[in-house]
Design a protein around this ligand. Structure first.
Ligand SMILES: Cc1ncc(COP(=O)(O)O)c(C=O)c1O
Length: 401
């Protein structure tokens, strides 16, 4: 409580997002056939940016001219300083390539570094556009399934190496921290992965979009920190969009230290017709990276409290739902296999009975059809409401209510 007095920002503020064309709130009818669901699905947040950042955006809007714009030195400095101060690594200015998003950049990498029919590896359960961008571009998706044991996910390194070797894999899509299982990979794990990729000449696309969300007791290691031997094969996907809730402004910074790899990536980016970045995305990036550190710290505290709240709630009220303890990200991954063993029943429970819109586990991997992913970057009140709806639905099933 004493700490709260010192807080600058109010993450409990309820902001009505309906009627803003919000993907999360305004597309229930189109996507789920109904508009009575409480949405905790797509990975954006229900929080508002602080005034000091909104003022920079307003100032740019008030200027009134929105022509073609490119990043100047202030943008480059803001980016460099954020990664140096928050994550402890240096980037050189020319390493950065701007794209409209990280998923877009993955698709560019797929086309730049592989040919149709080539194999690309990733680790399911994983953020579903990984598989989609590979398959929609006519490449072969190779899965190094993460191993789920005692409520914890680990990498099967042997399988990883064997599949790279036997499929002549050219590109690895690494999710770090991992969505949806919430692992923050250790330096040791990343180095092991890096050694295997180096051995077979595999380029690593490290998607670190969630790296600003790390729970107490864990430390994110960027692939960039592994050293020269590793970063020569690296394409690092970063973006302020997840950290500062500006996904709608469509900007990502793709950091590529190796000149030859960067050239191939840039060429493919241009082949897609992309050139100048969105002006509001550029303005927001400078502002959040220069002024957003305190907000980010308090946001992490709030999300940590949400996680603690959810864990306690589940333990007390719904012990049959297993929370996979996340080390990072604002997404929690829940195992419902003790509630039901039927995927359709689970969908019925979540949507029709609990009236929740979550991300069903099946979209991340065929093997996780009895899981659900919940986005906890919402107010405590919303989170509590969602968990109560879930509790009531399950109790009704058991005939308790
Ligand atoms: C791992 C991961 N990568 C990328 C994205 C989306 O990035 P963008 O909107 O920049 O394409 C998400 C969004 O949830 C994500 O979880």
């Amino acid at each position: 409580m004493a700490n709260d007095v010192l807080k600058k920002y109010n993450f409990d503020e309820e902001i009505d997002r309906r009627g803003t064309s919000s993907l999360k709130y305004d597309f229930g009818v189109e996507r789920k056939g109904r508009d009575d669901l409480l949405p905790l699905w797509v990975a954006d947040m229900d929080f508002k940016l602080p005034d000091e950042i909104l003022e920079d955006l307003e100032k740019r809007v008030r200027h009134g001219v929105f022509g073609y714009t490119d990043p100047k030195q202030d943008y480059k400095n803001a980016l460099k300083n954020w990664f140096k101060n928050r994550h402890g690594f240096e980037i050189e200015e020319e390493w950065n390539v701007i794209t409209p998003g990280v998923v877009y950049a993955i698709a560019v990498a797929v086309r730049a570094f592989t040919e149709p029919g080539d194999s690309i590896i990733a680790q399911e359960p994983v953020y579903y556009p990984f598989r989609e961008t590979v398959e929609l571009n006519g490449r072969k998706f190779i899965n190094n399934q993460l191993v789920y044991k005692n409520g914890y996910y680990e990498i099967d390194f042997e399988d990883f190496e064997e599949k790279i070797k036997s499929n002549n894999v050219k590109l690895f899509l690494l999710c770090s921290p991992h969505n949806p299982v919430g692992r923050v990979w250790t330096k040791e794990e990343l180095t092991k992965i890096g050694d295997i990729c180096n051995r077979y000449g595999v380029i690593v696309f490290a998607d670190e979009i969630h790296s600003d969300f790390i729970y107490k007791g864990y430390k994110h290691t960027s692939y960039m920190e592994l050293g020269d031997k590793y970063i020569k094969n690296l394409v690092l996907g970063t973006s302020p969009s997840k950290s500062f809730n500006i996904a709608g402004l469509q900007i990502a910074n793709i950091i590529i230290p190796n000149e030859k790899i960067r050239y191939r990536f840039k060429r493919e980016n241009s082949a897609g017709g992309y050139s100048q970045a969105n002006i509001m995305g550029l303005t927001a990036t400078i502002s959040v990276y220069e002024k957003g550190a305190d907000w980010m710290d308090e946001l992490n505290d709030y999300i940590q409290d949400n996680l603690d709240f959810a864990r306690d709630f589940l333990k007390k009220n719904l012990p049959e739902i297993k929370l996979i303890e996340p080390e990072g990200t604002y997404l929690i991954w829940l195992d419902f296999s003790e509630v039901t063993t039927d995927r359709r029943e689970l969908a019925k429970l979540i949507v029709e009975e609990a009236k929740l819109w979550l991300d069903p586990g099946i979209v991340f991997s065929r093997q996780t059809d009895l899981f659900e992913r919940i986005n906890i970057a919402c107010t405590r009140k919303t989170l509590e409401k969602a968990l109560l709806q879930l509790k009531d639905a399950i109790e009704k099933r058991k005939g308790k209510i």
